[in-house]
Design a binder for this molecule. Structure first.
Ligand code: ZN
Length: 51
């Protein structure tokens, strides 16, 4: 009984040169946004950047 999560809410947890790792707020899955790009990524504009 596993409902496939569509990862409606994700946040960036790590960032590399080419890769951005996002974590799903719903299921806690972590993956790189490159793979996630296929799906509709909802970028939650979190103004919390330094530099
Ligand atoms: Zn999810």
């Amino acid at each position: 009984m596993n409902t496939p999560c569509k990862h409606p809410k994700v946040r960036v947890v790590a960032r590399e040169e080419d890769t951005e790792f996002v974590e799903c707020q719903e299921c806690g899955e972590v993956f790189d946004s490159n793979e996630f790009r296929d799906m509709a990524i909802e970028e939650t504009a979190d103004k919390d950047e330094e530099g």
